[in-house]
Design a protein around this ligand. Structure first.
Ligand code: PGA
Length: 222
């Protein structure tokens, strides 16, 4: 099945000093984690990509970076957008279609389609967030993250999904796609991660709140 992916989605959290403190702490404790079966990916705000990449490269840390989003346009006159070509300087991965973007930025299916196209053209690994609905976009994603809105901690409900439900969604996606990696995201914590790890076809996790504190993130990795 390959390595399990642990994607830390920092959302709109952390400034430079906090991000560097986090990495410093991770650097001190990383030897306590068995990394033979895990891949660590941090998705920071765009403002931190450069400083995080410098730190990771300088200390040869086994951490990859992801964009939390990407422009649906190529490089050009699109004020406020970050194009896939620019993201590629720092990241191997990009998260597309997160339910917070659908809720707050009203992202549409066609915008998401364009983002996927832009990311793929630049060779970024696409982590497509889905809420369980069937979509033709599934087959274009490298990784599918199932994140039911009711389970997202920051939406106020934060009701972690029942592993049985996740298994059913994974099975139905698996019917169409046999090799895409499947992740679960939604209030994953140190207390509940072991039940999610046991779900067949689960290739890892998209972790929000519990990824912000280096100590809890290390515990999750363990
Ligand atoms: P959460 O976020 O872990 O804070 O619920 C998960 C996500 O963004 O998918």
């Amino acid at each position: 099945m390959g390595k399990k992916l642990y994607i830390a989605n920092w959302k709109s959290h952390k400034k430079t000093e906090e991000a560097l403190d986090f990495l410093d702490e991770l650097k001190k404790k990383i030897h306590t984690v068995d990394l033979s079966d895990k891949e660590i990916i941090i998705a920071p705000p765009f403002t931190l990509l450069c400083v995080l990449k410098d730190f990771i490269d300088k200390h040869s840390l086994p951490i990859k970076l992801a964009g939390q989003d990407v422009s649906s346009f190529p490089e050009g006159a699109y004020t406020g957008e970050v194009a896939a070509q620019q993201l590629k300087e720092f990241c191997n991965y990009v998260i597309i279609g997160h339910s917070e973007r659908k809720r707050y930025q009203h992202e549409t299916e066609s915008e998401i389609q364009n983002k996927v196209d832009e990311a793929k053209r630049e060779g970024l690994t696409v982590v497509l967030c889905v809420q369980g609905e069937k979509s033709h976009l599934y087959k274009e994603a490298d990784i599918i993250a199932f994140e039911p809105p009711s389970a997202i901690s920051t939406f106020g409900v934060g009701d972690p999904e029942d592993p049985k439900e996740i298994e059913e969604v994974f099975n139905s996606i698996r019917e169409d796609m046999s090799s895409t990696k499947l992740l679960y995201g939604g209030s994953v914590s140190v207390d509940n991660i072991s039940q999610y790890k046991a779900i067949p076809h689960c290739s890892g996790f998209l972790i929000g709140s519990a990824s912000l504190d280096p100590h809890s993130f290390i515990e999750l990795l363990k």
